[in-house]
Design a binder for this molecule. Structure first.
Ligand code: ADP
Length: 441
């Protein structure tokens, strides 16, 4: 249990390091002291041998005894009468210290046949421990170890502990005071990574909550759109009937207005439903020029009201395979956008043709309005991008999606003469016959 705590593990390893370090230190000092003692012993022997050589004193028990008293160790003379000392002796006589049976000896020649031998008890190991120098070196080592232990504790264990204490707060929304994040080292890196992960988690949670709210809103509005669609269709149909049977011009224009507005509401609802839950497109052969023409007629009242003149040309317009209802939604959206871009009236040129080089059907819708802004040129296909007061920002994005679903491409640019141009490319179907603009055979 204790070993699971980082501070205990570091503390115990550190204590083991201090213990082993202390033993090693004492061992090294002990060896050093022993070496110094030996060299002093050898020096003692050499000095006395030199003195005896110079004084030419003959070895005698009296000399032994006097020297033993002065030197504090045993003194002997080894004499070989008939051969040189270095050939006779089995022990070194060169002044090196050697050990034998618990004693240490040093022998130095006094003359050719006599050597002075000093011997004493070998000093016990670890005697250095009793020396003051050893104790002060050990105390310094312990002090330095204690100071570095304190620094390791403050520099590593303490910040790690405070970081670990913050970890359970990763989910909390309260502000986080994490001083460790200011550090420049690896612990600081970990703390900064923790702070970054926490804020990423919070952002992710907030956006999930926003998405959940939006999903609820989306479900509500979709249900609402479905509910509104039927009464709006009924209003539109009755307005159409009323327009046909109107008693005078005034009544007919009111009915036309009601029909137009209910169609606009229906368009909006269909676009919303397409966004909320796009259904697979219906597939039929469509004469694209006829479909565009129908859309111009459907928006005629709005065009006239805005004093927009339309020119329409269809050159070898061709057919495409697709969903007529959705494609007419595209063209109506583009015409309505063009009307809104020309509040004081203008010119709308719509052209449909097949490009012989690649067989694509091209529809271009060019107006003489204000043209696309830089932002609109870049972001026109984003859902909810709008620059209009009260705009929903789904007209062009839905149109782009519908065209893409037909294997085509919708592009926008501004004309050199001013005004905007929307280009639609759709794949040509082939030479199917007898299918009208609404896709019915
Ligand atoms: P909304 O009409 O609701 O703004 P759209 O997706 O239809 O949404 O259009 C997005 C934006 O593209 C518009 O707000 C407008 O800035 C720009 N735009 C669209 N059509 C035209 C056009 N014919 N001329 C100039 N700008 C246009």
């Amino acid at each position: 249990m204790i070993l699971q705590s980082l501070s205990w593990r570091i503390g115990l390893s550190f204590a083991a390091f201090v213990l082993i370090g202390s033993i090693a230190l004492v061992f090294v000092i002990d060896r050093q002291v022993a070496r110094e003692n030996e060299s002093r012993f050898a020096e003692l022997a050499r000095t006395n041998a030199a003195f005896l050589t110079r004084a030419k004193l003959p070895p005698s028990p009296y000399l032994d005894e006097s020297l033993e008293q002065v030197l504090g160790c045993r003194v002997d003379f080894v004499t070989t009468r008939d051969m040189p000392l270095d050939e006779h002796s089995t022990t070194p006589t060169d002044g090196t210290v050697y050990r034998r049976e618990g004693r240490e000896f040093v022998s130095v020649p006094v003359d050719d046949t006599t050597a002075l031998v000093l011997s004493r008890e070998v000093t016990a190991s670890w005697t250095a421990l009793r020396q003051r120098t050893t104790l002060s070196i050990l105390a310094t080592f312990w002090l330095l170890s204690g100071v570095s232990g304190w620094f390791i504790g403050r520099g590593m264990v303490h910040p790690l502990k405070s970081l670990a204490a913050q970890l359970p707060r990763i989910e909390s929304r309260e502000p986080l005071a994490l001083d460790v994040a200011q550090r420049k080292d690896e612990i600081g890196d970990v703390a900064r990574a923790f702070v970054a992960t926490r804020s990423a988690l919070q952002e992710e949670r907030e956006s999930r909550e926003r998405a959940e709210k939006l999903a609820v809103l989306g479900r509500m509005t979709t249900a609402l759109a479905h509910e509104i669609q039927n009464p709006v269709a009924a209003i539109g149909m009755h307005a159409q009937l009323w327009k046909r049977e109107a008693r005078d011009q005034a009544e007919a224009s009111i009915a036309a207005r009601i029909e137009l507005e209910s169609r606009r509401i229906d368009d909006l609802l269909s676009q919303w439903l397409f966004l909320a839950r796009p259904e697979p497109p219906a597939s039929s052969s469509i004469r694209i020029g006829a479909l565009v023409e129908e859309c111009i007629e459907a928006t005629r009242a709005g065009l006239d009201h805005a004093r927009v003149t339309v020119t329409f040309s269809a050159v070898d317009e061709g057919r495409i395979r697709g969903d007529a209802k959705r494609l007419s939604q595209v063209f109506r959206n583009l015409i309505v956008n063009a009307i809104q871009a020309m509040p004081r009236g203008g010119q709308l040129d719509i052209d449909v043709r097949t490009r012989p080089s690649d067989g694509l059907v091209l529809v271009s819708i060019a107006d003489t309005g204000v043209g696309f802004s830089e932002a609109a040129l870049a972001r026109f296909s984003e859902f909810f991008f709008t620059e209009k007061e009260g705009g929903m920002g789904i007209g062009l994005s839905v149109a782009t999606e519908i065209v893409r679903a037909h294997g085509g491409e919708l592009r926008v640019h501004n004309l050199p003469s001013g005004g905007a141009c929307v280009m639609i490319e759709l794949p040509h179907e082939g030479n199917d016959e007898g299918i009208d603009a609404s896709g019915n055979a």
